[in-house]
Design a protein. Structure first.
Length: 357
């Protein structure tokens, strides 16, 4: 063995380098391996195995020894083994690369599918939101249409009720125009607003259903404002006022002037009803009376015998002896030569005779 400091060969180092080279390094640099083998074989140095030598170099060394024993060139044997290893490594590398390519392709495909799924999900979400917006808009429109229909139904109902009311009123007006009133009802008032109000309320309670047959009038004597104000509050009543400030002459001394005032007022009211308003009959009521439920039926029924019998001057609804305990026949109608001064009906024909006296 030559000393390395004298320029000789260092077989131990060369052997170590050759053994430590990995199969992949020798695969990548095959010429380097041949140089090391030539370097070691020049002095017939053997490649001894150590504990740290990998499996493939051990195979190479054993193969070289066996080849030497058989008379085969160790260099060719090692080169052949290295070539086999290279082919094996190339196959492994090719399989690894193929597997990596397949894995990459699979991952890329899954990535594309995932991206497509995400995109499809986003598109579906967008479509769902669009559908929700459309449904919400349609629901609002439906609610608006339902509200509009409800309002139209209400308006139609009101319009129908109005038309029905107008038709009824029109028909009633035609009936009223064609229907001749039975008699005008006049309340003779003066200066008692409280009594006057009770009388009017009593009359209106039963007169509303027969107002066209029995028109209601209020005739006031004098300027009492309370009576006038109370009378003007009723829309169903025609108001008349008699003002007479002249001195009333009496036939006898110390006679009460009030009776002359009442007579003058009564004549004035009947003249207005018969000659201005052209009624054929008139019912005179005092301002302190309350009528019964059959008041208007009674006078309507009594109008016929008055027209037929000219000897009947007036029909009265008042009888001082008409209480239930004194009446034998509740439906009986009696003639009397005593004129009752409360609640009586007079015809225009009779008034034509009396008004001149």
């Amino acid at each position: 063995m030559h000393n390395i400091f004298k320029g000789g060969k260092d077989h131990a180092s060369a052997r170590y380098v050759y053994i430590c080279l990995s199969p992949i390094t020798r695969f990548l640099f095959p010429k380097g391996d041949d140089c090391l083998l030539d370097y070691l074989n020049e002095d017939r140095q053997s490649i001894e195995l150590t504990w740290y030598m990998p499996t493939i170099p051990m195979v190479l060394v054993n193969s070289s020894e066996e080849a030497s024993e058989r008379g085969i060139d160790p260099k060719e044997t090692i080169a052949r083994n290295v070539c086999d290893v290279r082919i094996l490594l190339f196959a492994v590398a090719a399989a690894f690369i193929y597997i990596q390519i397949r894995l990459f392709g699979t991952q890329f495909g899954y990535a594309n599918r995932l991206a497509a799924a995400v995109e499809s999900k986003c598109h579906c979400t967008s479509e769902i939101r669009l559908l929700i917006d459309q449904i919400s808009t349609q629901q609002k429109r439906i609610v608006s249409l339902e509200e509009k229909k409800k309002n139209q139904d209400q308006e139609y109902g009101q319009f129908r009720a109005l038309v029905h009311d107008l038709e009824r009123k029109g028909a009633q007006n035609m009936i009223d125009k064609l229907q001749v009133p039975v008699a005008a009802v006049v309340v003779m008032a003066c200066n008692r607003p409280n009594y006057h109000e009770r009388t009017i309320e009593s009359i209106l309670k039963y007169q509303c259903s027969v107002a066209s047959k029995f028109p209601l009038f209020i005739s006031q004597e004098g300027p009492n404002e309370n009576v006038k104000h109370k009378a003007l509050t009723y829309n169903q009543v025609t108001y008349m006022q008699h003002l007479d400030f002249e001195t009333v002459p009496t036939e006898r001394p110390r006679e009460l002037i009030v009776y002359y005032k009442i007579t003058s007022h009564c004549k004035w009211a009947l003249d207005r009803l018969f000659y201005k308003h052209n009624f054929t009959r008139a019912i005179i009521l005092e301002d302190d009376m309350e009528i019964s439920p059959d008041f208007f039926d009674y006078f309507e029924a009594a109008a016929t015998p008055m027209d037929k019998d000219r000897t009947i001057m007036a029909v009265s609804s008042w009888n001082d002896n008409g209480q239930k305990q004194f009446v034998h026949d509740l439906k009986g109608l009696y003639r009397s030569d005593l004129f009752p001064g409360l609640g009586w009906m007079l015809t225009k024909v009779t008034w034509d005779e009396l008004s001149l006296k």
